[in-house]
Design a protein around this ligand. Structure first.
Ligand SMILES: [Zn+2]
Length: 270
């Protein structure tokens, strides 16, 4: 069953019925509604029942969906946009590389949303096609998977990039963000603290990885086993991807070197 939350006078949230260790309670779909218009952000997975719930919510407010925005193309955020576009004929806005996008968006672009002006902020790292959307009138940020309401974000190479991810987090500071409506879990009311926590977490993780390499854990599986003790087995692959993302960043900076001639690849300090 879909849950609906009124997040602000303009913004309503519907949680898609796709809970999992990776998606938390499910993907958040946001409806921005005002004066008979509706913009839908992240219609979620390929799930016709969730699309029905989105349409019913808009119809109950006598609002017509004329724009769909996607933060990125991952399968828990984007496939629903194709279904919703087919059902409504609405424009689909997002990164120009995403299939079916007919409203290609650029960094810094203003988007005229129902009852407010939005700004697109290009935020690669979790995904190379990732945008956040700022509601400029009240400082709400629809953060997709750049920032979540709980836990941390998976950065999975090669599409994910840790350096890009950290740069994207840091790039948010000038925007005066007042609250975050994330792609998963509940709203974040102290964005500056959350962003600082996220940056610190990655810095701590990097130090941990370097410590483990110094202690003789030279492969990704060995590092994952030591850094993520007692991890849910379904998350082991995500953990390995994040460790790899850190190692790529460390290698780029000349802190570690990688011997890829062996399997699994071996990492040593320089
Ligand atoms: Zn994602």
């Amino acid at each position: 069953m879909t849950r609906t939350v009124q997040e602000s006078p303009l913004v309503r949230r519907l949680v898609a019925p796709n809970p999992s260790p990776m998606t938390g309670p499910g993907t958040n779909t946001y409806l921005i509604m005002h004066s008979g218009r509706c913009t839908v952000v992240d219609p979620g997975p390929d799930d016709p029942a969730h699309i029905d719930a989105i349409l019913e919510t808009a119809q109950a407010d006598h609002a017509q969906i004329d724009l769909i925005l996607v933060t990125h193309s991952h399968r828990d955020h984007y496939p629903g946009a194709v279904l919703l576009q087919d059902r409504t004929g609405a424009l689909l806005g997002g990164h120009p590389s995403i299939p079916r996008v007919n409203y290609p968006i650029a960094h810094g672009e203003e988007i005229f949303l129902p009852g407010c002006v939005g700004e697109a902020i290009f935020t690669p790292g979790h995904a190379s096609d990732h945008f956040c959307f700022l509601l400029k009138d009240d400082g709400s940020l629809l953060s997709g998977d750049l920032i979540l309401g709980q836990g941390t974000v998976v950065v999975s190479p090669p599409d994910g990039d840790m350096d890009d991810y950290l740069a994207s987090l840091r790039s948010l500071s000038p925007y005066g963000i007042q609250r975050i409506f994330p792609g998963h879990f509940d709203r974040v009311d102290d964005p500056a603290a959350k962003i600082e926590e996220y940056l610190q977490h990655r810095l701590d993780r990097e130090h941990q990885i370097l410590d483990e390499i110094a202690e003789g854990a030279l492969t990704i599986p060995a590092i994952v086993e030591r850094v993520y003790r007692g991890l849910n087995e379904r998350l082991t692959r995500a953990a390995a991807a994040s460790v790899q993302a850190h190692l790529i960043s460390l290698e780029r900076r000349g802190v570690v070197k990688c011997d890829a001639t062996v399997d699994p690849a071996r990492y040593t300090l320089t």
